[in-house]
Design a protein around this ligand. Structure first.
Ligand code: FAD
Length: 477
């Protein structure tokens, strides 16, 4: 009897030992990879969260890693030294799946120390900033997710309606009703992402006159999601439309839902209209706008109240070169499949520029040149670094380092390229002009954050370490 048991143990023990050794080695490799990723994130600044993110109570943590597995965004969390750590904090969009997955309640998703950050405006419980009548909704407030954007915008417009009702209602589309200043809308909404759209729908519901000003086109950050991305909306209740039927939508479905809202309801949206300043002028606000789309016209909008729904991505930085106003110059790539058989110039050296170049080079008939003003790429995702090096080596993409666009024509672009000091004998020898055939220019030169617009409008931010006093008793949303 003993012999078979001993035999069984003799076989099983080395097997278990081998399995434990393999698992330990795999865990060590995972940990090393996570540590390298954290260093990388710190170098690129993507360790810093933009909005709500996981707060981890290390003492309670049991080391199961379920939170890491539950996160739908790549690389936000990793296990390091046996504890979950935030690695790419900037990639967290606040779904909170990690919080739900944690069996011991060691994770809470919130703003944490961000509450004292200087880029989160002080807001009242109804989303009003320190400037009376100027409200802030959506991700600009520091809270991500579509459902929060919609809820905050609805709260802000409800408050505006409550105040406007004291002055009488408005016809949402017709001329201002008697007793109101002509040419002054009840609410100017800036930014047509989920927050701006919800604000406009709520304004119509309340019969407030409104205008929705958008520097680009309707959709906001959703337009920048990768193609066919599954968007988790959780319970979202859009004014006039009601509760969204599903909890997950493809990006394209959500964009269509927005477009349908504009067809069905009298939303007064002005696309390609960037708001450049907001000042109080008597008892209304004066918004200065600049119209894109080639016209580059300056305009004005007057409003009794303002809802800022600018998000946090900012305004794409321009090249400021002749020809940039041509319609072939764009600041995003939504779907590379729409661009085939063209000479494309991509400008920039970050991950977005690299990813756009690779996607364009993957389309039939495209000839892609990437222009970057520096000597070499740095702070790229490792995968992008490898892929661009391979594309360059195989000739699929031409990379012009130390180059800057000087002029854009209808079917060509001109750049200056500084000589590589490494290849010339002695000192740096100057620049040469390069002209390339071109049908489309994609610029990824970063963005100007929206906070300057807010500061110039007088919106208060906390000044660490102690928050400044605020008349409207500000609370964090
Ligand atoms: C990769 C990724 C995946 C995500 N996945 C999800 C998800 O699955 N589920 C979810 O709920 N959330 C997700 N989010 C978060 C969600 O997209 C945002 O929280 C939401 O879009 C914020 O809406 P918003 O209206 O506040 O801002 P935005 O959507 O950013 O819209 C702001 C708008 O303001 C415009 N604007 C800015 N400045 C000006 C100006 N000066 N004048 C005129 N217009 C201006 C911009 O052009 C933009 O259209 C994700 C985010 C990212 C980046």
């Amino acid at each position: 009897m003993l012999t078979p048991i001993l035999g069984f143990i003799a076989v099983l023990a080395p097997l278990l030992f081998a399995l434990a050794w393999i698992e330990r080695r795999a865990a060590r490799q995972r940990e090393e990879a996570a540590r390298a990723e954290l260093d990388d994130a710190r170098n690129r600044g993507s360790d810093q969260p933009l909005a709500q993110h996981p707060q981890i109570e290390a003492l309670q943590w049991v080391g199961c890693g379920l939170c890491v597995k539950a996160c739908p965004a790549e690389g936000v969390l990793a296990v390091l030294d046996g504890v979950a750590r935030v690695v790419h904090g900037a990639r967290c969009v606040g779904h909170g799946r990690c919080e739900v997955a944690c069996p011991v309640g060691a994770i809470h998703v919130g703003l944490g120390a961000l509450a004292l950050r200087e880029d989160l405006p002080l807001l009242s419980a109804v989303q009003e900033s320190s400037v009376p009548g100027l409200f802030i909704a959506g991700e600009l407030s520091g809270i991500a997710l579509i459902r929060h954007a919609v809820a905050q915008a609805t709260t802000a417009v409800d408050e505006i309606a409550r105040r406007c009702n004291g002055r009488g209602g408005r016809d949402p589309v017709g001329p201002p009703t008697a007793g109101h200043e002509p040419g002054v809308v009840d609410v100017a909404i800036v930014g047509a992402g989920p927050a701006g759209l919800a604000a406009a729908l709520r304004a119509i519901e309340h019969k407030l006159s409104h205008v929705l000003l958008e520097q680009d086109t309707l959709g906001g950050t959703i337009l920048h999601y990768p193609r066919q991305k599954l968007v988790m909306t959780q319970p979202v209740e859009l004014p006039l439309i009601g509760r969204l039927k599903k909890s997950e939508y493809l990006k394209e479905e959500l964009v269509e839902l927005f477009a349908d809202a504009v067809r069905r309801f009298p939303i007064r949206v002005r696309s390609e209209t960037r708001v450049e300043s907001i000042v109080r002028d008597g008892d209304s606000f004066l918004l200065t706008t600049r119209n894109g789309g080639g016209a580059d016209e300056v305009g004005e909008v007057r409003a009794h109240t303002v809802v800022l729904a600018l998000g946090r991505r900012g305004t794409p930085r321009k090249l400021d070169v002749p020809g940039e106003e041509l319609p072939k110059v764009v600041y995003r790539l939504i779907d590379a499949a729409h661009h085939r058989g063209i000479d494309a110039l991509v400008v920039g050296g970050g991950d977005s520029a690299i990813e756009a170049s690779l996607a364009l080079a993957g389309q039939p008939g495209n000839r892609v040149t990437l222009s970057y003003r520096k000597e070499s790429f740095f702070r790229l995702k490792r995968r992008n670094e490898e892929r661009i090096a391979a594309a360059q080596a195989s000739g699929r993409i031409t990379v012009l380092f130390r180059s800057e666009v000087t002029a854009i024509g209808s079917d060509a672009v001109t750049l200056t390229v500084r000589e590589d000091p490494g290849t010339s004998v002695g000192v740096h020898t100057g620049t040469r002009a390069v002209t390339l055939d071109n049908q489309q220019v994609f610029v990824f030169a970063g963005g100007t954050p929206p906070f300057e617009l807010l500061r110039a409008a007088g919106v208060a931010f906390p000044s660490p370490p102690a928050a400044k006093p605020h008349a409207a008793k500000p609370t964090r949303p």
